[in-house]
Design a protein. Sequence first.
Lengths: 297, 377
Amino acid sequence: MGKISVYRFLSAGCNGCDVQILECLVPRYRLANLGVEVVEKPEEANVLVLTGGVNVKGREYLLKTYEAIKPPKIVVAVGNCALTKEIFDKGYPMVGPPDQIIPVNYYIPGCPPRPQAIVKAIADILGVKIEEVEDYWQAPEGFRGKHEFDSEKCIGCGACAQICTADAIDVIDGPDKRIIRVNYGHCSFCAFCQDECPTQALRLTREYHLVTGDKERARVTNEVGLLSCAICGGVFFPEKQIDWALKRITLEKIPTYGEFSGEILDAMKVCTKCRRNIGNIRKAKGLLSKLSEKVRR
Amino acid sequence: MPETVYIGPYRPQLVEPERFELLVEDGRIIDARLELGYMHRGIEKLFTTKTYMQNLALAERICGICSGIHTLCYAQTVERLMGIEVPERAKYLRCIYMELERLHSHYLWFGILAHSLHEHEAFLKIMGERERIQDLLEYLTGNRINYLINTIGGVRRDITPEKAEKIRKALRELKPLSDYIMSLLGDNGAFTKKIRGVGVLPRDKALEVGAVGPTLRGSGIVSDIRKDDPYAAYDKLDFEIIVEKDGDVWAKALVRARETYESMKIIEQALDNLPPGEIAVKPGEPKVGEEIGRTEAPRGELVYYIRSNGTNIPERVKVRTPSYANNFAILEMLRGERLENARAVIESIDPCFACTDRVTIVDTKTGKRKIVSLKQG
Ligand code: SF4
Ligand code: SF4
């Protein structure tokens, strides 16, 4: 498409994304060279840039604004609030995300996305290539961008999902495998998941060009095998997590337990329900007394 | 014949984007009213559904401009509930990060002011130079905004000597920007002409409406939480509270401009005297009870109240942001002002960038609405 005129609309975000959009206007990004201008009236715009997850008071204004935009009426959702309402997801006044209210063509994940990501996404939409030569196009070391799993290391424990500040990580158990799914379009990029991961399997990378036409694709997943209970056969635990726990006990914490690793493993392979069975409680007690004997000596 | 003029509601800014209803006669504002809620996200309720740790990310997203100070104020209050003492080094680091934030926030404010005064060149220059500090924050914390650098018990990232050098270099490069802004506010400065004598908030009115931060200091009142109720390492750092007495938009701008030098001074001192040691301690268990914490955000006093029932989820979190307090100052400043100055007055309190630059005028006789640009008044 030719020249694009952008109108911005915010309802119920934190403002962070809007500041990034404003920063896109600084000379170094040469947005004007792409033929992009920011206009002050929706009637003058053919592109609508949205931020925020839309609350009850904003809904009506969003509809009106969308109506006023000129064809081809391209709608770009900037930032995770505009994708999924992110951390405000369960806020009582929230009625978005915007794509529940009007059609959205492109999504730019981030919290907030770097101005570089927004400029590049606009260039992509225009079909223009931009040279990312200057240093600032590279996200710095330690930047918190898109997630990456080391599937060798991930034990499927779900600690990341527990700590997640924005409910962005799902743990989905199937018949024989567990999927850990990071929805980075729902993520606050706090990196708590990275800090909390006991095996350093989950990492936030420096990748930040994440624009997509399908927000369902803003995901990173990992699969781990699930073990069934040695007694009832029900599915319950990631195999790798059991191996990991056993190694921690017998190799790192108390090496003298090594000779019992077989027995410990058997005990761990019993699901929580079967553990309550009286026979198993006795068995576990027996093992525990043997172990504490070992430590005392 | 007075007419009603609406500004907004699409003035996206902090927690409180507003709709102003102005009663205007002969181009002069005789009364002003304010309607809030366009940015309401139910955050205080959400606070009671997440753990103390998770709430850090939520606190930060109350405001995407001064996000860091929210996490600090929140963390300090929680630390009191948990009875934990933050390591000395972390206290200094907190001052460094928060003053960097004050710099970016104040520069942003000037960028917006330039925009609203139609000083396009100044806008580009200020915003362009400001990128240095955004790049720096991103390099130090991993994100340009919502950096989540403060945590319960300290900070999440250290400043190595190499990083300290980068900070010093950035400050050297930013000084000319502050000088440039000072020149815009000088006797013949481009800003001065447009904002001198505009939106005066007299000293007694400032106190009466409960203004905070540069809005209050611009009306001649010495008040700064960093001095009045010192937190982090502010009691060990030497800096001045900047006060201007005129009370107009110009005075508030001058307070901010002069504060950028103070922030640089604080950062340099903190870097020079950075004590060795840990940067964080482990969070503890919250006691049953309540605590109040306050900090000096770029826009003024920020207050957190947290009540705990001893679980890992707070029972109540109440936040009083500075902009909320200052909104009432805007109304005071608008009364008696000329309509064409309304935008500058509103922006003297807070940045606003998506302000649509138009107002709706309702003819009170016919009830007809027309839309005009603020420039035409
Ligand atoms: S996506 Fe993040 S930065 Fe953007 S408005 Fe939402 S909370 Fe703020
Ligand atoms: S960075 Fe990790 S923990 Fe933080 S919101 Fe994203 S997925 Fe959740």
